[in-house]
Structure formats: structure tokens, C-alpha cells
Design a protein around this ligand. Structure first.
Ligand SMILES: [Fe+2]
Length: 303
């Protein structure tokens, strides 16, 4: 199509906008519409293809899969990279890397001091003990920091989203002890895939991609005067470790997974079979003015 004709239509649309509108929304929507007009023209998108895309978006919205689609198309990781770059520009370096939150956090998990057990439902799997220290920018331990942790069960499901689990199974909030330490007992999570046949799955299939995440554990770590850390650790050895459909695996977030068989340690942990152990410390950055927001406002499932 004649580029002048596209420009003329865009100008006509924009001329209907009033000063009462929101200038930022106007500028962004105008840009997106322009880009889509050009895309439709460049790929000679037919009317039935356009309406098929509209139906797809409606279905994706109804099924609540936009969070998965945003992760799968790399948007969530892209936002992390932009925040990293802005922090680096402002001299924030080191610390535990951030990575995507994902769409499955639920607030209000039971809180305990120092340690917690996450697997409240009976479930198969290897016992996992994970623990470490939360430290501030000066390397000193942070007592009273909050470690919010959530992960999937042996079938890759999350409580509240999986009707087979009780409320808050595999979700806890642990306040670090006087030494800044946290510790929990759980089951080693497994990786999971997007819902088969769902909107995300359909899109990824057409893109020739898989929709699998390697096994991981999610964290929010917060402490007064420090930047909130949103991150995950991965379970070492997962075949999808560096092939995450959500691009969330990062250097520094893959701690060793150690199998413990020593009978004395089994007794000390009150288990009668070998278990897995992960040691992982969280290093936070000091809060200061001018840095990009550390707490991301986002709609969550409310329990
Ligand atoms: Fe997850």
C-alpha cells in the first residue's frame, strides 16, 4: 500500500484525539497502531487472518494466559534486562541477579521465623533442604529480612492454580533469624510446561517452540532500606536448564544441588532417606533515590 495513504490515515486518526486524553497513552498507542499498520501491509495480512488474531487475543485473555505469553515472548525478561541496564548506569553492581516473577505469586503465605516447611500436602519426590543468608550491600547479614518462597509440586502445579493442592502448599514467608539466615524443607520441584492446547501452547507451537520451564524456585526478598529482589534459583541438572521458554535462567542463579547420604546428617535433619541440599545466599542492594522501581505493581491472584 502507498505509504502516503498509511500516513494520511494515521494523521486522520490522530487528529481525532483531544487534549483531554493522556499524552503518554496517545503517543504509545499511536506508535503501536502505526507499527501494526506497517506489519499488516508488509506481510499482506488478509482480513480473515486479522480477525483470527483478534479471536486468539480474546481467547488468551479469557483463559488468563497473558502472563505466560508475556514470559514466553521474552517481554518479562526484557523488562529485567532494562532494569539491570538502568541500575548499571547508576553504579549498582554485583548482588544476586534478578529474574522474572512469573504469573503465579500469591500473597499471604504463612510466615515463620528462621525456618519453614513448604510441603504441607502429602506428595512424592525427593526431600530438599535449602538455606542461606540474606546480606546487605555492605556484606553484613540482615536479620528480620523477609524471604517469600513459592514453587511447583511434583506435577508442575502451583497451589491456588492447581485444584489438587491445598491453599499455600509450597508457599511460605520466612523471616531471617538473628544471623540473617533462612532455611526451609520441601520437595525438589520439577519443571513444567504451559497448559496443553491453551493459548500459549498454540502460539508457541506455531512458532516452532516448546513451552517448558526448567525446575526452579521463586523468591521475593525484602529488607528495610534495601531494594526488593525478585528472583528464582534453578535446580541444577534439569535438561531444560538453559532452554527455558521464559528465558529466566541466569548465571549466578544455579546453585549446586548436593545429595546428602551421610547417616549422621540424615539423623540431624530428621529424615530416614538421602535428601538434597542447596545453600544459597541473597545479596541485596541498598535503597537510594533515582534508581528504577524495585517493587513492580502487578495484578496477582488473591487468595
Ligand atoms: Fe514458576
Amino acid at each position: 500500500m502507498d505509504k502516503n495513504a498509511i500516513d494520511a490515515l494515521l494523521r486522520k486518526i490522530e487528529s481525532t484525539e483531544k487534549d483531554s486524553g493522556n499524552p503518554r497513552v496517545q503517543a504509545i498507542v499511536n506508535r503501536i497502531v502505526r507499527d501494526l499498520f506497517v506489519t499488516i501491509d508488509e506481510f499482506d495480512i488478509q482480513p480473515h487472518e486479522f480477525w483470527s488474531a483478534m479471536s486468539y487475543l480474546t481467547e488468551a485473555g479469557r483463559s488468563g494466559e497473558y502472563g505466560l505469553i508475556a514470559a514466553g515472548l521474552g517481554f518479562e525478561h526484557f523488562l529485567d534486562l532494562r532494569t539491570d541496564e538502568e541500575e548499571a548506569r547508576q553504579g549498582v553492581a554485583g548482588g544476586t541477579p534478578r529474574t522474572i516473577e512469573g504469573p503465579l505469586y500469591v500473597a499471604g503465605a504463612p510466615e515463620s521465623l528462621g525456618s519453614a516447611r513448604l510441603d504441607q500436602d502429602e506428595q512424592p519426590g525427593e526431600v530438599l533442604f535449602m538455606g542461606g543468608q540474606v546480606r546487605g550491600a555492605d556484606g553484613k547479614p540482615l536479620p528480620g529480612a523477609l524471604v517469600e518462597v513459592w514453587h511447583a509440586n511434583h506435577l508442575g502445579g502451583y497451589s491456588f492454580f492447581d485444584p489438587g493442592q491445598t491453599a499455600y502448599n509450597l508457599r511460605r514467608t520466612i523471616r531471617t533469624d538473628a544471623d540473617g539466615r533462612y532455611r526451609f524443607r520441601s520437595k525438589v520441584p520439577v519443571g513444567y510446561s504451559v497448559p496443553p492446547g491453551g493459548a500459549t501452547d498454540k502460539l508457541l507451537t506455531l512458532l516452532g517452540r516448546h513451552g517448558t520451564r526448567p525446575a526452579h524456585i521463586h523468591f521475593f526478598v525484602t529488607a528495610p532500606d534495601h531494594r526488593k529482589l525478585t528472583t528464582q534459583i534453578n535446580i541444577e541438572g534439569d535438561p531444560y536448564l538453559w532452554d527455558d521458554f521464559a528465558f529466566a535462567t541466569r548465571e549466578g542463579l544455579v546453585p549446586p544441588l548436593v545429595k546428602v547420604t551421610d547417616p549422621a546428617r540424615l539423623r540431624a535433619h530428621e529424615v530416614d532417606a538421602p535428601f538434597y541440599a542447596i545453600e544459597f545466599d541473597f545479596d541485596l542492594h541498598a535503597r537510594r533515590d533515582g534508581l528504577p522501581p524495585d517493587h513492580v505493581e502487578r495484578a496477582h491472584f488473591s487468595a
